[in-house]
Design a protein around this ligand. Structure first.
Ligand SMILES: NC(=O)c1ccc[n+]([C@@H]2O[C@H](COP(=O)([O-])OP(=O)(O)OC[C@H]3O[C@@H](n4cnc5c(N)ncnc54)[C@H](OP(=O)(O)O)[C@@H]3O)[C@@H](O)[C@H]2O)c1
Length: 245
């Protein structure tokens, strides 16, 4: 299965892995959608892409224009299905009126459940898949981040709310309550968290990142961890008591 996202024109600054500033452009105009899809096909040496996701909404391009281009790609057989990334419900509805969307790729983890207010109910009701990205909240839900953790230069995590010392302590206190459950299944916390994520209503896929092969193998094995409804309720009871600052 092949899948690609486009970065559709507004620009923002980010950092590459060495901490060097890079400019990122979001442009989802008709010309860009077509050109970027064709470039993806060439790079992946394939004739079609199974799922083509428009990576970010682009405030400078009408959604209809973007998705008319996506519809052309579908009609031409260059993509099988269309999806989006980081779109809200209103944006999904506008896109869906032009071409049927099958998925939205959005941030979701035990501690970042914003999508459950509107997006998840909409996707369940309208049969759209959700690809949850950063389900380990970029590593903290593995339990390995302790207060005072030394991050590499250029690592964005210490600037995010989850990685503030108070929240690191609170998240770890929560993890210590569910760790015995992981251990009883010979699973790591990361595996327990990934499995919980996949079991969450409306979540279709957990898109887990890995720094190395060992992490990737461990995370993939989360599929073998089984959770009963009672165990999910136990995790949720502690999770709902967790308050971040
Ligand atoms: N569509 C979008 O806008 C968007 C945005 C962000 C991400 N994504 C996608 O989502 C994927 C996952 O997101 P993410 O990487 O941000 O977050 P994540 O999956 O929550 O966390 C991944 C990080 O956690 C640590 N980790 C992973 N497995 C581990 C294990 N078994 N044991 C210990 N540490 C472990 C690693 O970091 P360290 O080892 O360095 O601590 C790894 O880089 C990405 O690969 C990307 O494809 C999409």
């Amino acid at each position: 299965m092949t899948w690609e996202g486009t970065n559709g024109a507004f620009a923002f600054s980010s950092q590459d892995n060495s901490g060097k500033a890079i400019d990122i452009y979001k442009y989802a105009g008709r010309d860009s959608i077509i050109k970027e899809c064709e470039a993806s096909l060439r790079r992946m040496r394939t004739d079609y892409i199974d799922l083509y996701q428009i990576h970010w909404p682009d405030a400078t391009t009408p959604i209809e224009e973007t998705f008319e281009a996506v519809l052309r790609l579908k009609e031409q057989g260059k993509i099988r299905e269309a999806g989006v990334c980081n779109y809200n419900v209103e944006q999904m509805k506008q896109a869906d009126a032009v071409v049927k969307l099958v998925s939205n790729q959005v941030p979701f983890s035990m501690v970042e459940r914003t999508i459950e207010k509107e997006l998840v109910p909409y996707c369940i009701e309208n049969n759209k898949s959700i690809l949850a990205y950063s389900p380990l909240q970029r590593g903290i839900l593995t339990g390995k981040i302790k207060p005072g953790h030394k991050f590499e230069a250029g690592d964005h995590r210490p600037n995010t709310p989850f990685y503030q010392p108070d929240n690191i302590a609170r998240i770890n206190a929560f993890l210590s309550l569910i760790k015995p459950l992981a251990e009883s299944k010979n699973a790591t916390l990361a595996q327990l968290v990934i499995r919980w994520t996949i079991e969450r209503p409306g979540i279709t896929v957990a898109l887990v990142g890995a720094r190395n092969a060992g992490q990737a193998e461990q995370n993939a094995a989360a599929i073998n961890v089984k959770l009963t409804q009672e165990e999910i309720d136990f995790i949720n009871k502690h999770l709902y008591a967790l308050q971040l600052v």
